[in-house]
Design a protein around this ligand. Structure first.
Ligand code: ACO
Length: 429
């Protein structure tokens, strides 16, 4: 393999060094492109061929369907680790020993309270507000109550912001749901595990004991792990680019939440269930919807299918599909939309259109079915995704600051009007 790439431009040969990753991925380092060509840039809408950074956090091979956090296979982590261990792994690079985990947990729980005035902000939202908009606003608002969180000048300052947000975020997640349901805003019990406490904060009724169901605790823990990072996707790139202006951690996370909200990204988990319910209400004719998905004149897409990077099975979708079967079975729930989802998957996997374009189920195709079985309202699904993605966003933001990456600022090719002389209003047609 060559160690450089050559570009012929204006009769001149320009050489660019290659950057090789630890898994042999190759990048052409074009940092000198503009100076060597006298100002030419690359154009790559959607950044389909553009690497924004070098990163040591998550390895993803979309051809082989491989996903690893800090070198550990996602399948093993989902089976053997818990969410806080994975959060520590992503943020600090190694699995914690018991002492490190205990300290991490204690520091997080010591910050698991938000300023009471946050309730007033939440109160100002209408009940109809989408929880993702509310979560994004409240996460940004936390900066006002924790001004030191913008400090990223030392390891200690970053650690403090990290444990603060890991402590407070589950409270915001639970409150966005309780607000919609008209339930009192409450705190859970920090003597419980992270995920148990989150569930208690979400579901505890004011007049009843909350009894944990271990099936639900395990399933949610697994789902959060599977969502915890996914390298340079839309929301993570947003967090990094916002953070690259030296905006604080919470403001960067708030921007990431907004990016995740859209149905082409994290919002797909809500869109999948709405689609499956729609198909069921329309008589369950999956063939009709397959045809719509393939019709270029029809805006309908098979939500939960396709991925920018995976051109093979999304390994997370495999795990979630079998978890969906297990959870529904263990909880004794028969959900007809699971059968519709399986039917769609079966047809898509043998359909020429989907096979040719290498469209497979992604992480969102089956996750909503599990959330639904847990009793989580549909509009909260993307909020649950954000809860899972939080450690990944923190890890990526921290890495970007540590590596002293320059401010993110893409260029453009201008295709607008050339110079025009100003016309006063009476001269305009
Ligand atoms: N249904 C029908 N056709 C599809 C679908 C789909 N779900 N996804 C892609 N295609 C088709 C496109 O129409 C295009 O066809 P063409 O080559 O004939 O024009 C081709 O497959 C390539 O699709 P692109 O949109 O160019 O692929 P891109 O990498 O830009 O988009 C995306 C990836 C956004 C995920 C897309 O597959 C999609 O919209 N999927 C549905 C939404 C979804 O599930 N999003 C969640 C992704 S996972 C996550 O973000 C957590």
């Amino acid at each position: 393999m060559a160690d450089k790439a050559t570009l012929e431009f204006n009769g001149q040969k320009i050489e660019f060094p290659l950057i090789k990753g630890t898994e042999d991925e190759i990048g052409i380092d074009i940092k000198s492109l503009r100076s060597a060509t006298g100002g030419a840039i690359t154009i790559d809408p959607g950044f389909k061929n553009t690497g924004a950074c070098e990163s040591g956090i998550t390895y993803l091979d979309g051809e082989q369907g491989i996903l690893r956090y800090r070198g550990y296979a996602i399948e093993e982590l989902a089976e053997k680790a818990d969410f806080l261990e994975v959060a520590y792994l992503l943020i600090y690079g190694d699995l914690p020993n018991q002492e490190q985990l205990d300290k991490f947990n204690a520091d997080i729980t010591s910050h698991a309270v938000v300023d009471d005035d946050v309730k007033k902000i939440l109160d100002a939202f209408p009940k109809s507000a989408h929880p993702m908009g509310v979560l994004s606003s409240l996460t940004s608002a936390l900066t006002a109550f924790n001004p030191s969180s913008v400090d990223a000048s030392s390891k200690e300052a970053m650690y403090n912001s990290t444990v603060r947000i890991l402590g407070k975020f589950p409270v915001l997640v639970a409150w966005t749901m309780r607000k919609k349901q008209g339930l009192p805003l409450d705190y859970g019990d920090t003597s419980l595990g992270y995920v148990e406490n989150l569930l208690k904060m979400m579901f505890k009724k004011p007049n009843e004991e909350y009894v944990h169901n271990p099936i639900i605790v395990n399933a949610l823990d697994k789902l959060l792990i599977l969502h915890a990072d996914h390298e340079q996707n839309c929301s993570t790139s947003t967090v990094r680019i916002v953070g690259s202006s030296y905006a604080g951690l919470f403001a960067s996370l708030s921007a990431g939440i907004s990016a995740l909200w859209g149905p082409l990204h994290g919002g797909a988990n809500q869109a999948v269930i709405e689609m499956l319910e729609g198909i069921m209400a329309d008589g369950g004719d999956t063939k009709k919807y397959m045809a719509k998905a393939k019709d270029k004149n029809d805006p309908f897409r098979l939500m939960g299918f396709g991925h920018r990077v995976y051109k093979n099975f999304d390994p997370r979708a495999r795990i979630i599909k079998s978890a969906a079967d297990e959870v529904l079975n263990d909880l004794g729930i028969e959900d007809p939309i699971l059968e519709i989802a399986k039917g769609l998957e079966k047809e898509a996997l043998r359909d020429e259109y989907f096979v040719e374009r290498r469209l497979y189920p992604n992480v969102d195709f089956y996750s909503g079915i599990i959330y639904r079985a847990m009793g989580i309202p549909i509009e909260m699904f993307t909020v649950m995704f954000a809860m899972g993605r939080l450690p990944g966003w923190i890890a990526q933001w921290k890495e970007m600051r540590h590596r002293k990456e320059p401010i993110g600022r893409p260029r453009q090719i201008y295709i607008g009007e050339n110079y025009r002389a100003f016309k006063s209003i009476s001269e305009r047609s």
